[in-house]
Structure formats: structure tokens, C-alpha cells
Design a binder for this molecule. Structure first.
Ligand SMILES: C[S@@+](CC[C@H](N)C(=O)[O-])C[C@H]1O[C@@H](n2cnc3c(N)ncnc32)[C@H](O)[C@@H]1O
Length: 259
């Protein structure tokens, strides 16, 4: 159920019929802060190795890793995102499809009965969960699903970036052309933060404009949590393995000890 914001109902991000889910691939393709992320994740698994992707969404990363010969299991909580990944899977070449699996699951309560060379949570996936018990459960699960010496990577938003106030006068965050002389306009309409608990919220408006005016619109509510994951990883028995950077945001790297 959405919440009322003024007269317009907001939807949770990535929910059924949410325009954030429908246009995820289009908006992400324009996101320069992700440049280089596929190379980073591919380097964590050996040739022909296996990766578990937490919060795999529409399969942006999973498909790219499979194209490099890696076996990928993608897990995501949102049916609307999984539906897009499954649709792409049905349309992809058989040799690539054979290396890809997607399933519904909560990264905070995974027990898949298999182990992987690497576990990754690209593009702020962990940041959707409150920092605390949920992160502790995620890292316990990561340790359980990694092979000895396996690697893990968590791309998180920086608190500095999330905490920036919206400028008083601003244009759209993104405008992308659509088929049939239409366009998608994305606006950030509200932003708030509670830095003491590492919580950052924003309302994102998606508008599809056609030649005769607005064809569809939605207000999607996104919540992110930003914190240092090291204490949670160490409590699960993982070792720090450095911090890479993607644009202004960190990718925290960990390693499971050898047996
Ligand atoms: C920003 S998207 C990232 C998608 C993909 N990893 C990428 O890099 O393009 C974050 C994803 O995390 C998923 N997600 C949020 N909470 C989750 C949870 N508790 N367990 C599994 N997936 C979750 C969302 O449904 C969404 O698809």
C-alpha cells in the first residue's frame, strides 16, 4: 500500500506497477556513477567461477557477469524487478541463460544450501535495509554462502551524497527520450535525513510525457541507510579487504578466511 503525500499517493520504490521498477534499466543506463562496476565485480571471481548477487534487481549486473563466463544466482525481494530479469532471461541466448538463475528472497534471511566464489550487493542494495539487526543477518548469510577464501563486495551510498539538501531551484534529475515522441522526466521532489540513525529518504517523481500531455506518473519513496559495514562483516568472521570507489561512493570489500 502506498502512503498519502498531499493528494498524490506514494509507492514504495520497486513496488508492483511502480514507475521506478518499470524504468529502472533506462534510468540506470544514464547513471555515470556506476562506471566500472562490472569490471570490479567480475574480478572477484575466478574464470568460470560463481557469484551470488544480493538485490539483483532487473539483472543489470547478473547478465553482464554471465556474459563474462561467470555462473550467477540473483536474489531479489521485489517481484516487479524479478519479473524484468526473468523476461530478459527468456529472451537471451541459451548459453548465457544457462549460467543465470534468479529467485525471490530476502538477503537478510538466505539459506540457499550452496556456496559461491563471491557474494556481491551492487548499487546500494544493502543500503535498502536498516543498519542493525538486518545488516548483521545479511553478513551472517554472506559468510555462510561464501567458499573459503571467497570475496564479498558491498556498494553503499555515501552519507555525504545522500545528506545534501535539494537546491532551492532545480530542474529534472533526468530526462530520457521514449518511443513515439514521448519522454520520461524524473524529479526529486523531497529529501530528508536522520543522520543519527544513518537514514536518508527521498521522494522521486516519474512522469511519462506524450504529445498530448502526461500519460503516467508516480511518486516513489526511496529509503537508504548509510553506515560502515566493517563491524557487521567482522562479527560474521569476514576480513576487511579494502575499499574501492565508484564515483563518490564506496565499495566495501571483504574476504572469507581460507579453511
Ligand atoms: C538499486 S537496485 C540494484 C539492482 C542491481 N543490483 C543493480 O546493480 O542494478 C536494489 C535492489 O535491491 C532489492 N532489495 C531491497 N531490499 C532487499 C532485500 N531485503 N533482499 C533482497 N533484495 C532487496 C530491491 O528490490 C532492488 O531490486
Amino acid at each position: 500500500m502506498g502512503a498519502k503525500s498531499g493528494r498524490v499517493e506514494t509507492r514504495p520504490y520497486y513496488s508492483e506497477k511502480s514507475l521506478s521498477a518499470r524504468f529502472y534499466d533506462l534510468t540506470t543506463a544514464a547513471d555515470t556513477s556506476l562506471a566500472g562496476d562490472i569490471d570490479l565485480y567480475a574480478a572477484l571471481a575466478p574464470a568460470g567461477g560463481s557469484v551470488l548477487e544480493l538485490g539483483s534487481g532487473t539483472g543489470r549486473v547478473s547478465f553482464a557477469l554471465a556474459a563474462r563466463g561467470i555462473e550467477v544466482l540473483g536474489v531479489d525481494l521485489a517481484p516487479a524487478m524479478l519479473a524484468q530479469a526473468e523476461a530478459k532471461l527468456r529472451a537471451t541466448r541459451p548459453d548465457l541463460a544457462a549460467r543465470l538463475r534468479f529467485q525471490r528472497g530476502d538477503m537478510a534471511s538466505l539459506n540457499l544450501g550452496e556456496r559461491f566464489d563471491a557474494v556481491i550487493a551492487p548499487y546500494f542494495a544493502l543500503g535498502h535495509l536498516p543498519c542493525g539487526a538486518a545488516w548483521r543477518n545479511v553478513f551472517t548469510g554472506v559468510a555462510r554462502h561464501l567458499k573459503p577464501s571467497g570475496r564479498a563486495a558491498f556498494h553503499l551510498p555515501s552519507a555525504e551524497m545522500l545528506g545534501q539538501p535539494l537546491p532551492a531551484t532545480r530542474g529534472p534529475a533526468l530526462v530520457r527520450p521514449l518511443e513515439g515522441d514521448r519522454r520520461l522526466v524524473v524529479n526529486i521532489t523531497d529529501r530528508s535525513s536522520k543522520p543519527q540513525i544513518g537514514r536518508y529518504d527521498q521522494i522521486v517523481e516519474y512522469v511519462v510525457e506524450g504529445p498530448r500531455g502526461v500519460e503516467a506518473s508516480s511518486l516513489d519513496h526511496m529509503t537508504f541507510y548509510a553506515a560502515d559495514p566493517l563491524p557487521f562483516a567482522e562479527a560474521a568472521g569476514l576480513l576487511a579487504d579494502g575499499i574501492a570507489a565508484l564515483g563518490p561512493n564506496p565499495v566495501h570489500l571483504f574476504r572469507k578466511p581460507a579453511d
